[in-house]
Design a binder for this molecule. Structure first.
Ligand SMILES: Nc1ncnc2c1ncn2[C@@H]1O[C@H](COP(=O)(O)OP(=O)(O)OP(=O)(O)O)[C@@H](O)[C@H]1O
Ligand SMILES: [Mg+2]
Length: 260
């Protein structure tokens, strides 16, 4: 089946750990689902944080992203419902950590996720892929499948070095695997107004990437970090907290851009 041309596929990527990828993937997915879009979140990180954060514990992960990548099941067979209406999940399992080795001899191994999505049902408005903190085969599969990249960036000095490397990787993927791939946007996360360096880095990123930086900024907010331990997206756990409101704002910003 041909891919649903209207389905937007975002890979949430940054090879640096702990910058807010999973928090962004889960809450942006929830934000889209909350306004009635059908959303599939693919947890492509062996850590399984998005799966846990959506209240799907390891024992409920029968089929997973691992089975999809080894072509042992179809995309739809691995999908589980979440407690959030309109939001579906392909969970991760720890075994995903060995996938680079297991796929080593597979032909066209960069395209397995893309092909699984193409064969999937014509069912979702958005597919969001939560990537691990590396530029290995899982992230390359996500980039090869995506229509756009969302890059959460913590406003720290070293973030900029990592960003340059990430953008080079994106260009390689564009050239060799996925010419349609675009940088949807860099998202400033864990923003702390009281910290001078934060503002400085944010200004530098905007200087460098201009309108490729989302207007929405995600503040540092403890409610965002509490929510996963309750197995809920922050937007469900505490709708009104500044972090949730920022992610809803981001969802609206993206929808507005797409409409233009
Ligand atoms: N805006 C925020 N304010 C406060 N805490 C946050 C915020 N965003 C994320 N966190 C917390 O920071 C930690 C790292 O966030 P998250 O797991 O989203 O990053 P990640 O990039 O997915 O990490 P990894 O690279 O390990 O997958 C988590 O404990 C999360 O709850
Ligand atoms: Mg993560």
């Amino acid at each position: 089946m041909a891919r649903n041309e209207n389905c937007i596929i975002y890979a949430v990527v940054n090879q640096k750990g702990g910058v807010g990828k999973t928090t962004t993937a889960v809450n942006l997915a929830t934000g889209f689902a909350a306004i009635g879009r059908r959303v599939l979140l693919i947890d492509a990180d062996p850590q399984g944080n998005a799966s846990t954060g959506l209240g799907v514990p390891p024992r409920e992960r029968e089929q997973s992203c691992y089975d999809v990548l080894l072509q042992e099941c179809s995309l739809q067979e691995a999908v589980v419902k979440t407690r959030v209406p309109n939001l579906f999940l392909i969970p991760s399992v720890v075994g995903l950590a060995a996938i680079d080795v297991e796929m080593a001899n597979m032909v066209d191994r960069e395209f397995v996720l893309r092909d699984a999505i193409n064969d999937g049902e014509d069912f979702y408005d958005f597919i969001i892929i939560d990537c691990p903190p590396s530029l290995g085969l899982l992230t390359v599969n996500a980039m090869a499948a995506a229509t756009g990249l969302i890059v959460p960036l913590q406003c720290e000095f070293y973030s900029l070095e990592g960003l340059a490397h990430l953008l080079q990787t994106m260009e390689l993927v564009q050239k060799n695997l996925n010419p349609g791939l675009e940088l949807e946007g860099v998202l400033l996360t864990m923003y702390d107004r009281r910290n001078k360096l934060t503002e400085q880095v944010a200004a530098e990123v905007r200087d460098y990437l201009e309108d490729k930086v989302f207007q929405t900024i995600i503040p540092r907010n403890v409610r965002l970090s509490e929510a996963p331990s309750h197995g809920k997206p922050a937007i469900i756990y505490d709708y009104k907290c500044p972090g949730s409101q920022a992610y809803l704002h981001l969802a609206r910003e993206i929808l507005k851009r797409l409409a233009e």
